[in-house]
Write a new protein. Structure first.
Lengths: 261, 261, 261, 261
């Protein structure tokens, strides 16, 4: 599937404001970026760097006045996410070094507090893919997906208490449960074709059978059409924009995903 | 100052147990490792790797039975920690890429929740070193340092509520307060000469005036004699041992630091 | 200056052939990629990775038949390259770790053989920028720039013997002479506005006064309009395509650079 | 096998001289460093860093006068090097990213010039381990191993012309031949138990069947007892000391390797 994504942001800036953005998709093993645009108005010096997780990040200082970012990409991605029923748990000793940090608790995924719950939800499951599949199903049945219900990320503990959350929050709980079972898990931020209502999206991946698999508790079946912007331990790592100094909120924020034939 | 450190751990293992250890000090800009020993009994295959923060980590599977780790090092470190009163805050746009991740909230340092408190504690201070110094003094006066008061790490919010904690917990609150001011801060785990009672120690560093400075709210004055084992965002990153599977606790844990003339 | 670059390659493939390509420009401190396209026909699975020098590389296996690659980008770059007369030599001990490998001899830059020649060419020059400027002038006067004169890279020794070469070859000799003076130097491959005849281009950078400066012995004055595709120690690191197995040569190779107003 | 290695170097320094040293063995998948000492006299500030190949390097400025380095280690390594007859060639597309740079020609391994020779030597061999084994046997029979025959590294082309060389030179030719067959190969510098005459040693590794295998054309059979100090593309990357400014040669250079029971 060939998708055209776009994300336009507009801010009103009152004093020089440093931004770190994560809005340039990378080609990798799961997607190919055929075309990509990234415009900043007014023209502003930008430095791009690669963070600890391999994401391309853009650093700049927005000057007072209107400041807008306009990005777009054509990405080839698969029609259906891979499923891997019965794919086995990878023993800690066999995990690649780079995957190990996704076993640790993080800001919004207090995996150290979910040992019993993780064990209960996955009881009787074959270790590996089936456990994560059980976790995802449990999230679908027990945590209400309420887009727009909050702005600040909820941690796994908070989501579990409230029983509802946005996509990012469900991902946090899913990740914490996986890690409680020693399954490496990470958050993914990006776009999803046909998401309702359309917006940036977040889901999670778990490392099973020597590769990463995609899981998304906000969707009933397993569509494809995912475009990745960034990976991280949780929402703290993958903000599409981090801004420093007095808070500035986008006065416009427009996200689109269309299929290209 | 030349210090001889040692850390001996002994476990009784009941089933094959993966461990990730962080017990080998690295030479760097602030310490020189002259001698170093690392013995594992019984002899066990170990793979060493470098994590995201530059720490040397050792990965192994302990087999059932007694399992002991014996490490020792002779390290040259400075007699007094550097102080940098009036050293300036580094603007976000001028921070090295590798330092940026230390601005983000993490598992035990919910810096996103400390904006007002950070501002209040540092009111009237010159931006930079003096702010972190004010934070450290505030910790000394307001949070009781109670070695051995808990085993599980407390997050900054928890420490702030309880008003007491171990070294690691005070560091978490200090780090969260620094990050709330856009000052990069990281936890450090290692040894401290003359620590009372002797044990592994944790403190924090803040990035000011284009370098890292050491801060330790558990000590009244500013002694030197620090030996670093590892750096990270918070305690989740710098466990001297992470163990997977059914919990195993050390039945012996002996730490020593002596000066060598 | 806003440039639109394009590079189109077409191959006839007779057996499955692995390729590693370096045709995606990265935004960095010296250029901003506003738009970028990368199409492969027929559609082929590609994995993108980052090499040791920070370049984005694309790995794929071309299947038998016609195989074409079509890339294009809009890049904002400066109108004039920075010059830094009198910028000082950086003492070895003050070089960033990541720059050190650019001091060592490499496949096509046998810097260990140019100590006397490097000293002679730069005699009387202030250490640093002026030395590299003297080297570049010496190249302009002594080594004839003959585009198309050879296909295989010449090493610094070979260029020095032949007294002529393509852009890449002149860069090799310039780099070897810089390194012989303990000045870190690296090759750059990319595009140059108004290059005659138009083609991919190569030049070099030297690390002076705590930053990289651009030098190009093939151009008389110091125009701007450079677009970087990749950095490396020499031509061995920055082939725009490396192909494995029986040799395959492009049957079409079209490069364009236009200014966009 | 548990080996005690030592390397002592003494220099007479006439002006402040920057050094980069590579004398600290790392624990990895093939060796475990139980004890390690590294003393510098007179005491000198040192900064340790990790290079592009994962080696620990030490950077310092030696001051005028006598300057000595004394290193020692106890390392557990295997009694016999692993052999992998019939282990298969890894297709380019399946190589890990980090291995790819070991396919390229480098300063002393002009692999681009050995395609025919590499094919001839390995004719009829199963692709993979058996090819590298054939190359190693060919080196044993055709290139005389003459310890001490030269100080400066010879490139693969030079060794092939002279028909003799030191350990490092034989490794260069072996590596160039491997790479000419698209087999990743790297130089290794370190110690070898029972080497005659005792000195630092160099050999090579080739990537076959998804792991690195050790090859050493200077030894008739396949003993174990190897202790690795560093890896690289060729001798340019793995000097145990690189020194900048006017040349300084060790006035003492003592290497020992003993078995410890």
């Amino acid at each position: 599937m060939r998708l055209r994504t776009s994300c336009d942001l507009k801010f009103e800036i009152f004093e020089p404001t440093p931004f770190i953005l994560m809005l340039r998709p990378r080609s990798g093993s799961q997607q190919w970026v055929e075309r990509e645009e990234y415009k900043i108005t007014p023209s502003t010096p930008v430095v791009e760097f690669t963070d600890n997780y391999g994401n391309l990040c853009q650093r700049l200082i927005a000057q007072p006045g209107m400041f807008s970012i306009s990005t777009s990409s054509d990405v080839v991605t698969s029609n259906f996410i891979d499923q891997g029923f019965d794919s086995p748990f990878v023993e800690i000793q066999n995990l690649p070094d780079a995957v190990l940090s996704y076993l640790l608790p993080s800001r919004y995924c207090e995996s150290d507090c979910f040992n019993e719950m993780g064990a209960a939800i996955t009881e009787g499951q074959l270790m590996g893919y089936n456990q994560v599949s059980a976790i995802t199903n449990w999230l679908r049945e027990n945590i209400e997906y309420l887009p727009g219900s909050n702005n600040e990320p909820l941690s796994a503990i908070q989501v579990n208490n409230r029983q509802f959350g946005v996509c990012r929050d469900l991902a946090h709980l899913g990740i914490a449960l996986c890690r409680s079972l020693s399954i490496p898990a990470r958050i993914v931020v990006g776009y999803l074709h046909n998401l309702e209502p359309m917006d940036m999206h977040a889901w999670f991946e778990a490392y099973i059978g020597n590769r990463w698999y995609t899981f998304d508790a906000t969707q009933v079946d397993s569509p494809g059409g995912y475009v990745v912007l960034g990976f991280g331990r949780d929402a703290a790592d993958v903000a599409i924009f981090n801004q420093f100094g007095p808070s500035v909120f986008p006065i416009e924020h427009l996200v689109k995903v269309e299929e290209r034939l």
